[in-house]
Design a protein around this ligand. Structure first.
Ligand code: C2E
Ligand code: CA
Ligand code: CA
Length: 474
């Protein structure tokens, strides 16, 4: 018996000791945590309350109010845009800038600004916003403050931010739900380059689709480009004779089907995949052109779209020169279509680059002309061969006197600068007749032909003109 009692008391002593050890380690753990939390409540670089504080406040707010009802508040996420990313590596400037930016935002929003775990990202809580209109004005005020020009050491810089927000209880009553939804709205805002986006269920789907497309696009470019192909749309002169063509990319995903360029080109531009895709596009287009030259159509040229991202690449000219040399084709058979935006973002640099391309014999078009901001002054300085008059001026050309005047002005200005004009998106005989009578030299559009595969384009060439319109071909 006694041995059992001894054993029991031994066991008891052991358990007590174990308990003490456990309690001690728990105490130490708690002390450490308190110390840690106390220390990290404030973000060391911006002095803002950190993510932990934000989450605590969010948890508090998602508790029902005194009347038992969920509270009315708004959670927003704010991220500085790409221009901040560019200077991130220059430490002094980015530090000063970050501090100033947070001070500016706090001036608008007060003390409910929190730092996320990224330096360029913040949370904002707006308690009991009076209305959606109030929120919109508040967020626009933040954006205006952030975008104000900076002083030294970040002088000359100005950038902005994107904001995504979700409201309680409309978009969720749990902390995690509200945070996720604000983040979905923010990602949508950055992906679509919008300033302020309010959460909506459909954004979740759109965001999901964009994310899937991003991944699929990366895979498709790494997978030998086999799901991509090029189609070609003829340019005809006033007699209806084919003079050249524009190459346009198509993506046929094995499961998602055809995905239109306006859906995936902006994604490729944002992820940077456009660089490799653009090279493939140029290569395919020139290889195809050589095939037509081989078939005897020796004057034909191909016009290739160049994304602003490609245009800004340092190695652009060298890459093109190497490709022309490797494929043994003269530069004069290649035209590049560049948008006004790509040129105007840094016109002085653009002129240098355009001149280098001209040195290779390449010809240059300004795409979507009339939609951007190119000043006539610059146009004179640019070595441009062709203006492509944007489709938006052509659409209602027959009934819209103002557009007729714009088109007339573009054509006469181009003529005086010895620049050719081409009208894009021409769909009717009436539009073509007006353009011909105004002296527009070239026409591109469904009226003559949709973009077609190379075989049908070869048929056009053999036929000497586009074949009669057949809605089934495209
Ligand atoms: P964009 O360069 O302005 O190309 C003209 C777009 O208008 C093409 O759409 C073409 O199919 C369409 N189009 C031509 N004629 C007509 C017409 O009479 N009526 C109508 N409704 N549409 C017409 P697509 O191929 O969907 O391309 C859309 C945009 O995507 C292009 O606009 C261009 O910005 C971009 N894109 C297409 N292919 C490429 C490419 O190979 N590289 C790059 N960087 N961008 C491309
Ligand atoms: Ca184009
Ligand atoms: Ca265009």
């Amino acid at each position: 018996m006694s041995s059992t009692t001894d054993a029991d008391s031994d066991e008891l002593a052991r358990l007590r000791e174990e308990n003490r050890t456990l309690k001690r380690s728990l105490d130490q753990e708690r002390e450490k945590r308190e110390l840690f939390e106390g220390y990290t409540k404030i973000h060391p670089e911006t002095g803002l309350p950190n993510y932990g504080e934000f989450y605590k406040e969010l948890e508090r707010l998602t508790e029902p109010g005194s009347n038992g009802e969920p509270r009315n508040f708004c959670v927003a996420m704010l991220r500085l845009d790409n221009d901040y990313q560019r200077i991130k590596n220059s430490k002094d400037r980015s530090k000063a800038l970050l501090l100033r930016t947070t001070i500016r935002i706090r001036e608008v929003i007060g003390d409910t600004l929190y730092q996320s775990d990224r330096l360029d990202e913040f949370y904002v809580i707006v308690r009991s916003p009076a209305s959606l209109d109030f929120l919109a004005r508040l967020f626009l005020a933040i954006i205006r403050e952030v975008a104000k020009p900076q002083d030294a050491p970040a002088e000359g810089l100005s950038f902005s931010c994107h904001i995504g927000f979700a409201e309680s209880p409309l978009h969720g009553t749990r902390s995690s739900e509200l945070m996720n939804n604000a983040e979905i709205a923010l990602r949508y805002a950055t992906q679509k380059n919008k300033r302020v986006v309010r959460f909506a269920k459909s954004l979740g789907l759109a965001y999901h689709r964009i994310t899937i497309l991003e991944q699929e696009l990366r895979m498709a470019t790494q997978n030998g480009f086999k799901d991509f192909f090029m189609v070609y749309q003829p340019f005809v002169d006033q007699q209806g004779v084919i003079k050249g063509c524009e190459s346009l990319i198509r993506w046929k995903h094995p499961e998602l089907g055809m995905i239109a360029p306006p859906q995936f080109i902006p994604i490729a531009e944002r992820t940077g995949d456009i660089r490799i895709l653009g090279r493939w596009i140029m290569y395919r287009s020139v290889v195809q052109l050589k095939e037509w030259h081989k078939q005897g159509f020796l004057d034909l040229f191909v016009s290739v779209n160049l994304s602003p991202i490609q245009f800004n690449e340092k190695e652009l000219v060298q890459n093109i020169a190497e490709m022309l040399a490797a494929l043994k084709i003269e530069g004069r058979f290649v035209k590049l279509e560049i948008t006004e935006g790509a040129i105007m973002s840094d016109p002085n640099l653009a002129v240098v680059k355009l001149l280098q391309l001209k040195d290779l014999g390449i010809r240059l078009s300004i795409d979507d002309f009339g939609t951007g901001y190119s000043s006539l002054n610059y146009l004179r300085k640019l070595p441009i061969d062709t203006l492509k008059i944007d489709k938006s001026f052509i659409d209602d050309l027959a009934d819209n006197v103002q557009n007729q005047e714009i088109v007339r002005a573009i054509i006469s200005m181009a003529r005086s600068l010895h620049i050719e004009t081409l009208a894009e998106g021409v769909e009717t005989a009436q539009q073509r007749d007006i353009l011909n009578s105004e002296g527009c030299q070239y026409i591109q559009g469904y009226f003559y032909s949709k973009p077609v595969d190379p075989d049908l384009f070869s048929d056009y060439l053999r036929h000497g003109a586009v074949l009669p319109y057949d809605p089934s071909r495209s």
